[in-house]
Ligand binder design. Sequence first.
Ligand code: ADP
Ligand code: MG
Length: 358
Amino acid sequence: MTDRARLGILGGGQLARMLSVAASRVGVATHVYSDQAAAPARHVASRFTHGDYLDPAALDRFAESVDVVTYEFENLPVEAVRQLERQRPVRPGSVPLSVCQDRLVEKRWLNDRGLPTVTWAAVDGQEDLAPAVATVGLPAVLKTRRMGYDGKGQVRIESPEEADAAWAAIGGQAAVLEKYVDLAYELSVIVARDGGGEVVSFDPGMNEHSEGILRVTRVPADAPAAIVDAARQAAETIVGAFDYVGVMGIEYFVTAGGELLVNEMAPRVHNSGHWSQNGCVVDQFEQHVRAVMGLPLGSGRRYADVVMTNLIGSDVLSLDKWLREPNAAVHLYGKAEVRAGRKMGHVNVVAPLAGNRQ
Ligand code: ADP
Ligand code: MG
């Protein structure tokens, strides 16, 4: 079929893999471009290119081969996206990417729009660290401005003497110092916006992390309606402010004092939205494809309660157990090598909506 709409995806990880599967359901062919030869999306994408994100000629050929471009992770060179934007619609574009890939720019952007975050201070060089500690207070967490994910590039500081070691541990890179807040729980909202400005959000999920990595997301979130509604409302404000097209994942902290803070924004589908694959008719992946390809959005309505558990590292060895579980849907990413801390897949365990249980 040559007349299928073609979506180019920068990045070839599990998110590109699940986007490709979803795209195929609505008649969209995907062309995945990744700098990893063994990318998880390779075996399900309609077409795959192994290339460098800073190879203008290869990116040019990629743009030529598709109708619309999207990306599945934020640690991409923004120049690559700007180049593609000159040739094809890139949704979401380079602006949300450049804001979300830098923790300092991201926090300023949020605070400038009246959205509260943890107390933070910029740390451009080692000499900024002591004043930042004085401003923010301890305990704190020093995070690299760029390239962090799954808790990487972050070090906690409990006492002033630990500051220099923390600076060394993050490799002496430009950073942000954040107050380490006492968390009651963490929430996230997966929200979609289409080119006409229609916004649909999924029910907020409640997230459990350990060692900086998401382990479990539960829907519905066991949180007061006022907090859940405020999180959803903030997400809708954020996508509107970006004039965003596509799906975005927004992570929140709820402090022990009941304050809702925005932790971070991901300009893409998000791990904490994987529950939607088995809880909704149109999941976050298809929703993203629909938004960026100009197709009508799904409703976002949830038809089941879901507990999503990530299979991290050797967790995947318990696959047989999950396959025998009657209410569990297994989603594997096709990664050959099991490594500690590596996301290998996830499982969605579904139950009838609480209100419908006998
Ligand atoms: P990543 O980009 O790696 O997801 P996050 O900034 O979201 O980084 O941090 C990962 C997790 O670490 C958070 O979801 C939370 O559980 C914990 N964490 C990070 N920053 C703070 C903080 N300032 N206070 C309390 N917990 C934090
Ligand atoms: Mg995070």
